[in-house]
Design a protein around this ligand. Structure first.
Ligand code: TYM
Length: 331
């Protein structure tokens, strides 16, 4: 059976980008057609300056939102990365397989190290080695497919390269994984700056729809979205990125092709209104379920404990095999 692994980093409140680019497919498709693991990758939240209490809070919230989005612990394994030692164990072997140059070429490293420096912080070494840990997350589970948004495909490519290299050097150990992205909304853009990705930790939040935003807030953010100087509604991501982004979001919500939707609108106002309504309706059931889950914290704890047990059992044989293959003595 196909094995699927993916994760979300608790560095901020989850956004519409996380949902449309990744989480929705995990819940609606992947968990039913593949043996799937979905992880709150909390170790990855420590690569930039962080507040321990906030990471704890956001980790719990992210796990709750994954369940609210429809991940069913009977269908898939939901767990927290730091509960399973195999990730950190394998990460070191990935650091011994990757090169310094490879790590420095990662777009996210380049972008985030600039941000850290601009904020007057030092750049943590873990920001550079992050893709080694991410490769370990994926390879530990003999993963075939990694459903992610477009911004993560470079990291998955690196995981592929490391798997191939390790297998060539030390004998076949890892499955070589592949990234999969949704046809529409693989890269949801910031509503205030449609040239930038809608990201959790953006400064102002005015261009970001969070999954737990109230309907009024969602409507305001969508209605105030920056559009382009033209007038007629056309789908062109290059010259009309703002309108194209709204069409992508509406298309993802309604299951219609953004290009075809463009032809049905004569004004930006009408497009915004329909997009706002569609997002509010998309989020409504998720928010209702989130409220129920928050009222029962014991349930989340049980799910995460069982998930970690299952994940540990799945990862250990592969990680042990990698330790033997690379030349480490059996304990
Ligand atoms: P993270 O937490 O930034 O995002 C989680 C998922 O959401 C997708 N995503 C988006 N998709 C479309 N439009 C957007 N604006 C948008 N923003 C985020 C991301 O592509 C991702 O699929 N490094 C990863 C976490 C990770 C991981 C892994 C993922 C760690 N180990 C192993 C897969 C497998 C990250 O920072 O995701």
């Amino acid at each position: 059976m196909t094995r699927v692994f993916s994760g979300v980093k608790p560095t901020g409140h989850l956004t519409l980008g996380n949902y449309l680019g990744a989480v929705r497919r995990w819940a609606d498709e992947d968990q039913y057609r593949a043996e799937s693991l979905f992880c709150v990758v909390d170790l990855h939240a420590l690569t930039m300056q962080h507040d321990p209490a906030r990471v704890r809070r956001l980790s719990r919230q992210a796990a709750t939102l994954l369940l609210a989005a429809g991940l069913d612990p009977e269908q898939c394994t939901v767990f927290v990365q730091s509960h399973v030692d195999e990730h950190a164990r394998l990460s070191y072997l990935m650091e011994c397989t990757a090169t310094d140059g490879e790590m420095r070429r990662m777009i996210q490293y380049k972008e985030k190290s600039v941000l850290a420096k601009a904020a007057g912080d030092s750049v943590r070494l873990s920001l550079l080695t992050y893709p080694a840990l991410m490769a370990a997350d994926i390879l530990a589970y003999a993963t075939d497919e990694v459903p992610v948004g477009e911004d993560q495909t470079q990291h998955v490519e690196l995981a592929r390269d490391l798997a191939v290299r390790f297998n060539q050097r030390y004998g076949h150990t890892f499955v070589v994984p592949e990234a999969t992205s949704p046809a529409v909304a693989a890269r949801v853009m910031d509503l205030q700056d449609p040239t930038a990705k809608m990201g959790k930790s953006h400064e102002s939040g005015a261009g970001i729809v969070y999954l737990l935003d109230e309907p009024d807030a969602v409507r305001k953010k969508v209605m105030r979205a920056v559009t382009d100087s033209g007038r007629e509604v056309a789908y062109d991501r290059e010259s009309r990125p703002g309108v194209a982004n709204l069409l992508d979001v509406l298309g993802a919500c309604t299951g219609r092709a953004p290009g075809a939707l463009a032809e049905t609108y004569e004004s930006y106002g009408a497009l915004k209104k329909d997009t706002a309504d569609a997002v509010v309706e998309l989020l409504r059931p998720l928010q209702e379920r989130h409220a129920e889950l928050v009222a029962d914290p014991g349930y989340l704890e049980t799910v995460l404990r069982r998930g970690a047990e299952r994940a540990r059992e799945m990862a250990r044989p592969t990680v042990d095999a990698a330790y033997r293959a690379i030349g480490l003595l059996e304990p």
